[in-house]
Design a protein around this ligand. Structure first.
Ligand code: FES
Ligand code: FES
Length: 146
């Protein structure tokens, strides 16, 4: 058992983990209770678990929780206080989601790409996320607005 001090969405949490190598995804979802970040594949393929760590896109399914200590973690819940991030607005304007399961990961991927200075089609080329509903055309339309 270990206690990790984590900063998620601007709030500090002391979380007790059975193993410091526990994937950050389970800490975020099961111990902190932020369930917007999703589990899809667990092997860094689908992107459903994407979060920002110190502004960088990371797959929380394979990111050790202990490696997030001292860093700033942002999940979909913390991207903006009122869904006003430009990516969120573009997603609403284009009605991108179908089932929605993959979309928090897609939006966080896009937000990370924007933070890295990408725009429009450059953003799209950064999006490798899988969407079993096939919303790729609408993702393309929304990304073009950014
Ligand atoms: S659940 Fe992490 S990349 Fe698929
Ligand atoms: S919207 Fe359903 S998996 Fe992408």
């Amino acid at each position: 058992m270990a206690t990790l001090q984590l900063n998620v969405n601007g709030q500090n949490y002391a979380v007790n983990v059975s193993n410091p190598d526990m994937p950050l995804l389970w800490v975020i979802r099961d111990l902190i209770g932020l369930t917007g970040t999703k589990y899809g594949c667990g092997i860094e393929v689908c992107g459903a678990c994407t979060v920002l760590i110190d502004g960088q896109r990371e797959h929380a399914c394979v990111f050790d929780a202990s490696s997030a200590v001292g860093k700033k973690v942002v999940t979909i819940e913390g991207l903006s206080a009122d869904s006003s991030h430009p990516a969120q607005k573009a997603w609403v304007a284009n009605q991108v989601p179908q089932c929605g399961y993959c979309q928090s990961g897609v939006i966080m991927t896009v937000a990370g790409a924007m933070k890295a200075g990408h725009h429009g089609s450059e953003i799209l080329s950064e999006v490798k996320n899988l969407c079993v509903c096939g919303t790729y055309q609408r993702i393309r339309q929304a990304a073009a607005m950014l």
